[in-house]
Design a protein around this ligand. Structure first.
Ligand code: NAD
Length: 276
């Protein structure tokens, strides 16, 4: 029942399950959730500059007394920080807030127009050993094609909204073909859009004596995705991690594939006005 690693396209290993910390701004609440997660063997934390909680994440990992090398920390470059020099400055500011001297993974949060210049700065930081793996988030196929045509390092992951009502099949297959790992954000549908109450999932939950959330996370994992569910409750943090002791059959995976509604819960990455 251990959390497996996924080997990224540059050989770096990432724990397949991590803790998401979006919207967790209260420092005590965040520290407590990270403590519970680490006690349940999570070692991977997904934050971003825009979550305004990197400082607290840094304090929590320091207080854990764990070796830095045993943790996997991801942060992200925000839209207003794009550009070559800007990216380097934003990255260094994230490092400083987190109180670490390297990041395991750094992602372009959204495909803002200047992402090529930003990526070039990230490639340098990667080659200099300041980031172990560089990736992107919310990139569509055309963004990935453009990035790969104009830069050298292929992103290790694309972190995209994914859940049973928004399965992203075409992008998933494109990424698999190019050895870009699929990392799912909002893996539980962000607790909205009713996916947690879906009748097909509820029935599978009953059958496996698991919760609907666990069925959903197991489905992600069997698709080969990296998942970063967020919770601030001890029982859910433990539950979300307890998904490696059962499996869904091919038939059950197909049943879940059939409930896709192409229902995006957030804005589209092609909504360029917002990104500029
Ligand atoms: P999520 O799908 O992880 O949903 C979290 C919500 O689901 C919780 O607030 C809670 O209401 C519910 N929940 C959690 N565990 C549960 C359980 N066991 N049973 C029932 N309900 C449960 O949504 P998210 O937090 O938006 O996404 C996960 C992480 O992905 C974020 O914390 C963040 O790190 C990352 N993220 C990235 C982007 C991006 O643009 N790259 C966008 C959003 C989120």
């Amino acid at each position: 029942n251990q959390i497996p690693n996924v080997t990224l396209n540059n050989g770096v290993k990432i724990p397949q399950l991590g803790l998401g910390v979006f919207l967790v701004k209260d420092a005590n609440e965040l520290k407590q959730s990270i403590k519970w997660a680490l006690a349940a063997d999570y070692r991977h934390i997904d934050t971003a500059m825009i979550y305004e909680n990197e400082t607290t994440v840094g304090e929590a990992i320091k207080e854990s007394k764990l070796d830095r090398k045993d943790l996997f920390i991801t942060s992200k470059l925000w839209n207003s920080d794009h550009g070559y020099e800007e990216t380097k400055a934003a990255f260094n500011a994230s490092l400083k807030r987190l109180g670490v001297d390297y990041l395991d993974m750094y992602l372009i949060h959204w495909p803002s127009p200047n992402y090529i210049e930003s990526w070039k700065a990230m490639e340098e930081l990667y080659h200099a050993g300041k980031i172990r793996a560089i990736g992107v988030s919310n990139f569509q196929i055309h963004h990935l094609e453009d990035l790969m045509a104009h830069t050298e390092v292929v992103p290790v992951v694309n972190q995209i909204e994914t859940h049973p009502y928004f399965q992203q099949k075409e992008l998933h297959d494109f990424m698999a073909k190019h050895n870009i790992a699929h990392e799912a954000w909002g893996p539980l549908g962000q607790g909205k859009g009713n996916v947690l109450n879906d009748p097909t999932l509820t029935e599978l939950a009953k059958k496996h004596a698991k919760s609907t959330a666990q069925i959903i996370l197991r489905w992600h994992v069997q698709r080969g995705e990296i998942v970063i569910p967020k919770s601030i409750h001890e029982n859910r943090i433990q539950q979300n991690r307890d998904i490696f002791d059962f499996s869904l059959s091919d038939e059950e995976m197909a049943k879940i594939a059939a409930i896709d509604k192409n229902q995006r819960g957030s804005r589209s990455p092609d909504d360029t006005e917002w990104l500029e």
